[in-house]
Write a protein that binds this ligand. Structure first.
Ligand SMILES: [Fe+2]
Ligand SMILES: [Fe+2]
Length: 380
């Protein structure tokens, strides 16, 4: 009895998963195939769609089309999803062995997972217990361990990370998904679709357009500077949530929510609009379920920055710049800042801080002490 296990996050499942499993089934000719979605990978903070949603996607996107095509005994093994914790592959192998003693085990993983094999739990035992299979994906990075058998078929260059990012940015990804998965994702509003719908309902139209422009620039800056693109896009989409309320209501709201704002009383009296980024952070967490501290911090810092430039992470800077130099901004020199941001992130950040102070000065506005401290920190 030959059993083929196909593991991964499948977040979401796409056409390359189908191609990979089809190629493996043709070569290995297993008696049974188990597709095993991880509740979450031990390496990742959290999956992006809930377990039940991913189980549905795997059924629609992998099990259904391949069962028809291959006539295989193909099933979804939801035990890792049900366990509600990160399950090591060695545990899954031992469980399957117990259920089918004497079975010949084969494990198929995507090439991105294969490259991280050495950091898995009990790699030498894993190697003894099963034969390991993968295929090369053109865009995948890192060497595949030598004991992996590599399927000769050319795989399409598709990665779930990229699909999620594009969905978050509202781009069309249907060519990479099986039709049933595309329909399900849209219907259930997964991977940022629901988030964008809510955002469009909350923000006034020009603010929503600005938000999309910021997300586009933040994502391109993230790619340029090796920052997590998904985090940058998410932070950008939610950065102006606080602008959903009129400026006049911000002081009351800020006090009611007990938000910590530098020089709070003075800020709320003199320039209440500056409080909006703190409201954005609060709502990103409370209403949109964002729990990534790096994303929340970038949202909070997009207006006043931090007391010193050295405290700003690359993600913080990328969002700050993207917000002040997005394509919908019209001040003199904005194109130069935008262009500079792709050559020198720190210099562009400095220019953005300067542009903000200049704008406040020209309009006779109050200068927030933290904005001044930030500027002075460049001069040290
Ligand atoms: Fe803002
Ligand atoms: Fe903004």
């Amino acid at each position: 009895m030959k059993i083929l296990l196909f593991g991964g996050a499948f977040d979401p499942p796409h056409k390359a998963h189908v191609a990979l499993l089809r190629a493996a089934a043709r070569t290995i000719k297993p008696d049974r195939v188990l597709v095993v979605p991880a509740w979450r990978s031990p390496f990742k903070a959290a999956a992006h769609a809930a377990a039940a949603e991913r189980a549905g996607l795997v059924r629609a996107g992998i099990i259904k089309p391949l069962r028809r095509l291959l006539g295989l005994r193909l099933s979804l093994d939801a035990s890792e999803l049900r366990s509600r914790r990160a399950v090591y592959t060695i545990e899954t192998l031992e469980r399957v062995k117990k259920l089918q003693p004497g079975a010949e085990l084969h494990v198929l993983v995507g090439s991105d997972n294969a490259t991280s094999f050495d950091s898995w739990k009990s790699p030498s035992r894993l190697r003894r217990e099963a034969s390991w299979w993968t295929a090369r994906r053109p865009g995948a990075a890192g060497p595949i361990p030598h004991f992996f058998k590599i399927l000769p078929e050319k795989m399409p260059d598709i990665a779930s990370t990229d699909i999620r990012l594009r969905l978050l940015l509202g781009e069309d990804v249907s060519r990479w998904l099986t039709p049933d998965v595309a329909v399900r994702i849209r219907r259930e509003g997964l991977y940022g679709i629901r988030l964008r719908r809510r955002l469009r309902g909350l923000l006034p139209a020009p603010r929503f357009r600005h938000t999309l422009a910021v997300a586009d620039l933040a994502r391109r800056l993230a790619r340029r500077w090796g920052i997590d693109e998904e985090k940058a896009a998410l932070a950008a989409l939610l950065h102006d949530l606080g602008r959903a309320v009129p400026a006049a209501r911000l002081p009351g709201l800020t006090r009611r929510l007990r938000l910590k704002i530098p020089r709070s009383a003075e800020t709320l009296r003199r320039s209440p609009l500056l409080a909006h980024s703190y409201v954005s952070e609060h709502w990103a967490r409370e209403r949109f379920g964002v729990d990534d501290p790096a994303v929340l911090r970038a949202i909070r810092r997009h207006t006043l920055g931090a007391p010193a430039a050295a405290e700003m992470s690359s993600l913080d800077k990328a969002l700050y710049i993207a917000d002040s130099a997005s394509t919908d901004r019209r001040y003199r020199g904005v194109e130069a800042v935008r262009e500079l941001a792709f050559r020198d992130l720190d210099e562009a950040f400095k220019s953005s801080v300067a542009a903000k102070l200049r704008h406040a000065l020209i309009n006779g506005e109050w200068l927030h002490p933290q904005g001044l401290a930030l500027w002075n920190s460049f001069r040290r």
